[in-house]
Design a protein around this ligand. Structure first.
Ligand code: NDP
Length: 435
């Protein structure tokens, strides 16, 4: 804590990993005395830079940009870029640390990184977003590359932003390479990448439920968020027989007791992706639904909960409410959405609970598949990518079961994901010497 003052999110993420990995290290001689965990919590490097751009009124704006290159033991740095006013060093370090373990779990050769800026895309014109992206990439381009560091999207960075960032990289470096993932299909993107995190989260929850002989069929599902991850989690959960009754944004949530079917979801995608409106606009077309301002959806009765918005969005009280209402499965689509106290509530109740680093890894895994396609200069079909995504989610589930089973049939997916993620990175670091 002394080394990382004012970094509560980073400390939270490290503590959660340390609690499960330290006992494992103590039982395994090979990993002792090499300062492995101490090396893993120290970023390879952190780049912090000024981003200056001119808004539509001709006024100069200044933001702060970051790239955390956390760990490259098993592959080039890989992790998203977040544009949100809350972005700071602590949040990006927690995300980069988590990313290292997550990428290790995917079975693909990717190291851990994360980046972003305290820029708020809300209310900005396309032109302003483009100018910001160009200014951001002007500095970032010096530090990334297809074999060095391959950023992707995250909160506030979707297809539009990745397009502008890629265009600027190409202009500056005069090379067309797979330096970013989440690209448009016409310039090197992968089919299923937009769907991958949400779909993967549902595939993972499906695997967890299957261990109990259960499925999504006929289940009531509560989802938070209405961005990229939430939208495709809702799509897949509905396709496999679940009834999703909520979605949210930072201002509140909608509750539609009849279920958010594919037609209603298409409307939400239009509101969020094209009109860039608010989730409350759902009631314009579907007035029978309810909008609850300033609250989160965890008070709604459900069998399955999928938090897909942001970190620390589900607290202890809310976890208790979910359990009291009969929830049997919580699959994190966002990164660290559940507070440590709330995780304990789920674990004590022995319900199925998956940490984001396992259950939302489908996004980065498909980014890895995009990198493979870029290297091959080939494009795989929808079905080919979806099959690979499913296989990867199954493999991650199997790794969690391997390291997280306690013998009595209960699987601690937090412990399983942390140890499985640690082992691969630690083995690579040991083999590469003291660096
Ligand atoms: P988007 O920007 O597409 O959507 C984010 C959603 O979360 C929006 O509905 C947003 O509402 C809401 N949100 C953001 N900040 C807050 C907040 N402080 N309080 C409440 N709601 C908030 O992002 P993504 O869907 O891409 O990302 C969501 C989560 O998933 C993040 O934790 C991200 O790190 C994680 N993730 C994303 C991956 C990806 O492939 N995109 C991969 C793995 C993890 P509003 O519109 O009001 O801001």
């Amino acid at each position: 804590a002394n080394k990382n003052p004012n970094e509560p999110e980073f400390m939270q993420a490290v503590l959660e990993v340390a609690e499960t990995v330290i006992p494992f290290i103590e039982e395994n001689k090979k990993y002792q005395n090499k300062m492995l965990l101490e090396r893993m919590v120290e970023s390879d490097r952190i780049i912090i830079f000024r981003v200056v751009w001119v808004d539509d009124k001709g006024e100069t704006q200044v933001n702060r940009g970051f790239r955390i290159q956390m760990n490259s033991a098993i592959g080039p740095y890989k992790g998203g870029i977040r544009f949100h006013p809350s972005v700071n060093l602590s949040i990006l370090k927690f995300l980069a640390f988590e990313q290292t373990f997550k990428n290790s779990l995917t079975t693909l050769p990717m190291g851990g990184g994360k980046g972003g800026a305290d820029f708020d895309p809300k209310g900005k014109s396309d032109n302003e977003v483009m100018h910001f992206c160009q200014a951001f990439m002007t500095e970032l381009s010096k530090h990334i590359g297809a074999n060095t560091d391959v950023p992707a999207g995250d909160i506030g960075v979707g297809g539009r932003e990745i397009g502008y960032l890629f265009g600027q990289y190409k202009r500056l470096r005069n090379e067309f390479t797979g330096v970013l993932t989440g690209k448009g299909i016409s310039f090197g993107g992968s089919l299923i990448r937009p769907e991958a995190t949400g779909y993967g989260n549902v595939y993972f929850a499906q695997s967890m439920l299957a261990t109990k002989g259960d499925s999504f069929s006929g289940k009531t599902v509560v989802v938070s968020g209405s961005g990229n991850v939430a939208q495709y989690a809702v799509e897949k959960a509905t396709q496999i027989g679940g009834k999703v009754v909520t979605m949210s944004d930072s201002a509140g949530y909608i509750y539609d007791a009849a279920g958010i079917d594919s037609e209603k979801l298409a409307y939400i995608m239009q509101i969020k992706n094209e009109l860039r409106g608010r989730i409350s606009d759902y009631l314009i077309k579907y007035p029978k639904a309810k909008y609850i301002a300033g609250k989160r959806p965890w008070e709604i009765r459900c069998d399955i909960a999928l938090p897909c918005a942001t970190q620390n969005e589900l607290n202890e009280e809310e976890a208790k409410t979910l359990i009291a209402n009969g929830c049997v499965c919580v699959g994190e689509g966002a990164n660290m959405p559940t507070t440590p106290e709330a995780v304990l509530v789920f674990q004590k109740a022995k319900i199925l609970f998956s940490p984001g680093k396992a259950s939302n890894a489908g996004g980065v895994a498909t980014s890895g598949l995009e990198m493979s396609q870029n290297s091959l200069r080939l494009s795989w079909t929808n079905v080919e990518v979806d099959v690979k995504l499913k296989e990867i989610m199954l493999a991650i589930h199997a790794s969690c079961v391997k390291y997280g089973s306690n013998g009595s049939g209960y699987v601690d997916y937090v412990k399983g994901a942390n140890i499985a993620g640690f082992v691969k990175v630690a083995d690579a670091m040991l083999a590469q010497g003291v660096v």
